[in-house]
Design a protein around this ligand. Structure first.
Ligand code: MRU
Length: 349
């Protein structure tokens, strides 16, 4: 089994951009240099890089890869091309707002700059992508600091999907308080939902927490009610792909079911979110576009087909949890409590 402690989801070294291929975890650690913008698009689409913050950072570096040969262009041609490439990268996955956010941030930075030619714009693009990457680590660490007090000795925590180190540049979002609590010597147990169909919970979350020395069980998604019913869970912490202005939360398919169960069993349900995932331009969860993925993800388990040929399939990759089920948002700017419409705007506008 590969070792997670030294592996990074994203690396930028000596002008080269590398992504860890997360589809091959936990059995193999394969790092791929990203040499073309089409390759970056494909890596995001196929979930080689995944998790809202990570695809934002990857998108920014993807723009750099796209514009690498653009130093001879005029300012106007460079800006026109960069907007086109940003739209292209943005089309790879629709739900996580971080991708759109990071691409727009780079485009706006370049457009607002006084750089007079392609060479200057390209240098600025590289600096901005590196800054987004650096900030992501910092922001996740702050989520950890703000959430760590919630984790008490002996607690059982449940998480869904992977909002861990692998989904970000480091620390993760939902896992950041866990990593910090572990560093402080607090003992707790994590139950990691498998997260069908692509198993981010068992392949990725269970792997990275286990390697960090955190006490972790993986369970199939339909066991969440059982562990709650048997008093094993004191708190749920999940990540998110987009938080609407009213506090509705898009996250990995199955999160809604976990939130409903948590309410039934009177268990606090927290959502860890960096500022870049809070989308005040989206009014409610109704307005969030939910990605539908290939039906083969549902009709097979690994390489083996598990459903009849020709069967009709639905495969939404995310669902929306209504804000009424959210106990609080653990963010880099503190823990935000209801009423969300008012408090998210106050903290993030
Ligand atoms: O389809 P994925 O693996 O990209 O989905 C990831 C999630 O749903 C995560 O919980 C979310 O992006 C938050 S990652 C910090």
């Amino acid at each position: 089994m590969a070792d997670s402690s030294t592996v990074k989801s994203i690396e930028y070294l000596n002008g080269k951009f590398f992504l860890l291929d997360q589809t091959r975890l936990p059995l193999e650690v394969v790092v791929e240099e990203q040499k073309s913008v089409e390759q970056v698009w494909d890596s995001i689409k196929k979930l080689k890089v995944r998790g809202a913050p990570a695809i934002g950072v990857a998108g920014a570096y993807g723009l750099l890869v796209a514009m690498r040969d653009g130093s001879a262009l005029s300012r106007q041609d460079f800006l026109e091309e960069v907007r086109k490439q940003a739209d292209y990268l943005d089309s790879s996955r629709p739900t996580a707002v971080n991708l759109h956010w990071a691409l727009q941030r780079v485009v706006e930075k370049l457009s607002a700059s006084k750089e007079s030619d392609g060479a200057g714009l390209l240098r600025l693009l590289e600096r901005e992508a590196m800054e987004i990457h650096r900030e992501d680590i910092e922001v996740c660490r702050k989520i950890g600091e703000n959430g760590v007090e919630l984790i008490k000795e002996g607690m059982g925590l449940l998480t869904h999907c992977n909002a861990g180190r692998l989904a970000t540049s480091d620390y993760g979002t939902a896992t950041a308080p866990m990593y910090l609590a572990h560093q402080r010597g607090i003992g707790f147990t994590v139950y990691s939902d498998e997260s069908r169909p692509l198993l981010q919970g068992s392949r990725l979350t269970a792997w990275e927490l286990q390697q960090a020395g955190i006490d972790v069980y993986t369970i199939t998604d339909n066991m969440a009610a059982y562990v709650m019913r048997h008093g094993l869970i004191d708190m749920v912490i999940v990540g998110t792909d987009r938080v609407a202005a009213n506090g509705d939360v898009a996250n990995k398919i199955g999160t809604l079911g976990v939130a409903i169960l948590a309410r039934h069993f009177d268990i606090p349900f927290y959502v860890a979110s960096p500022f870049s995932t809070i989308d005040l331009n989206t009014r409610t969860g109704e307005d969030i576009v939910i990605e539908e993925r290939d039906e083969e993800e549902v009709t097979s388990f690994g390489a083996r087909r598990t459903a009849p040929q020709g069967i009709k399939v639905r495969n939404p990759a995310f669902d929306v949890t209504p804000h009424q089920l959210v106990t609080g948002f653990i963010t880099d700017r503190g823990i935000v409590k209801p009423p969300y419409e008012e408090n998210l705007r106050r903290v993030f506008a």
